[in-house]
Ligand binder design. Structure first.
Ligand code: DQA
Length: 145
């Protein structure tokens, strides 16, 4: 399958950002690991990170006819971006929501995800391993008949 991996605001700072919460792996480290796993499982991956809501909307709109699935950590936008949810609904590409931390064990304002109700599934609290699990899940959808 062709999978678009999207990272929202501030995830470009992984590695130095609140490491007690988000760990010391950089986004590059995570993407390198994922690329290897994709190769091993016959998946094609593209990565996109932006701190800008509109750029994320644009990349989602542009995914139509190009990708079979989206893996997205929308970061803070998860909790308030109706535009992002609308874009995901509009393109009708199945997506998996990933969070490094357990958003349900954090501040109140993080305990609501606008994406979850329209996601195929979600993984939270497992650190960067969550992306790997999401990738394997997508491969499994497309390998079974
Ligand atoms: C996050 C959780 C969000 O609440 C936060 O704004 C992030 C990262 C996570 O991966 O745990 O930036 O999406």
């Amino acid at each position: 399958p062709r999978i678009l991996v999207i990272h929202g605001p501030n995830l470009n700072m992984l590695g130095t950002r609140e490491t007690e919460l988000y760990g010391t792996q950089t986004l590059d480290d995570i993407e390198r690991e994922l690329s290897l796993l994709a190769q091993q499982n016959g998946a094609y991956l593209e990565f996109f990170q932006s701190n800008h809501e509109g750029d994320l909307v644009d990349i989602i709109q542009g995914a139509v006819d190009r990708f079979n699935a989206i893996i997205i950590n929308a970061a803070a936008l998860t909790h308030y971006s109706i535009a992002l949810v609308d874009a995901l609904k509009a393109v009708q590409i199945p997506f998996i929501e990933v969070h490094l931390t357990n958003i349900y064990a954090r501040e109140n304002f993080r305990q609501k995800s606008l994406l979850s109700p329209v996601a195929q599934g979600g993984i939270f609290g497992l650190g960067s391993y969550g992306y790997s699990l999401a990738l394997l899940a997508v491969c499994q959808w497309f390998n079974k008949n």
